[in-house]
Design a protein. Structure first.
Length: 256
């Protein structure tokens, strides 16, 4: 069975549908941006400003926390990155691709290269842990052999090998969130976006989630994570960007 770190760095067999490992070349300079926002603003139809004139670059291999109060624009920023919402003004590039103009299959292809973790897990209730994780690969046309090759390392990465045949309602909140992380990373995306992934968890489970994300980051995965938990941010010791009223606070990017 593949070591999970190697799965992020090795191309899969040529008969597998694969936009997988491009962008994970660890020999490229870390300053090369995987995310670039240029004068990005988001205004809603009711006049509310979600983001205002955001300029931001995130390098490949970075781990960035985004903090701010409710309504500061954290979730809006992540949604713009994977095309769930569209910018009103400005340009957004993810791994060299401009996101805002994408539609249909082109947007779906971009999302295949982005792992997304939500606060509320979004697991399929009548599918087991293994089936929830494998569902992403099945929907992308992976072979049964390739799904099996990737599934077990993903389960081990999040410490859930012994829960593979359990259903979501048989899991704790922390286990459900770890399942959602495994689902997000099983196709080895170069970028992981996590929107308040610890928001429903106690401190112990929250820290367990952060440790998993930091381990993934050590393999070369770029992680961008929103949170309102300043204690967690301080303990993690990673760079922080603070949003306030849809804008980046002065001097907001730095080590916690």
């Amino acid at each position: 069975m593949l070591n999970f770190a190697a799965a992020f760095l090795k191309k899969t067999s040529p008969n597998v549908a694969e936009p997988l490992t491009r962008g994970l070349d660890c020999e490229k300079p870390e300053s090369q941006a995987i995310i670039s926002l240029r004068s990005v603003s988001k205004r809603y139809k009711n006049g509310v400003v979600g983001l205002h004139c955001i300029d931001l670059e995130v390098g490949k291999g970075d781990f960035l926390f985004i903090t701010g109060h409710s309504g500061s624009g954290k979730s809006t920023l992540l949604k713009l990155l994977y095309g769930a919402e569209r910018a009103t003004e400005g340009e957004i590039y993810v791994n060299g691709t401009e996101v805002t103009p994408l539609r249909g299959d082109a947007l779906a292809m971009l999302r295949r290269r982005i792992g997304i973790v939500f606060q509320d897990y979004k697991l399929i209730p009548n599918r087991t842990v293994a089936e929830n994780i494998a569902f992403v690969l099945m929907s992308q046309g992976y072979t049964h052999q390739e799904i099996e090759r990737r599934l077990q390392p993903a389960l081990r990465m999040v410490g859930l090998s012994h829960k593979a045949f359990c259903f979501p309602d048989q899991l704790s909140g922390g286990e459900q969130q770890r399942t959602s992380i495994a689902r997000a990373i099983v196709n080895t995306p170069p970028l992981l976006l996590a929107d308040e992934p610890t928001g429903n968890l106690d401190p112990e489970n929250s820290w367990q989630v952060i440790k998993i994300l930091k381990k993934l980051n050590s393999f070369g995965v770029t992680v961008v994570l929103t949170t309102h938990d300043h204690h967690l941010v301080k303990a993690a010791g990673c760079p922080v960007l603070h949003l306030q009223n849809g804008m980046i606070s002065t001097g907001a990017i730095g080590a916690c």
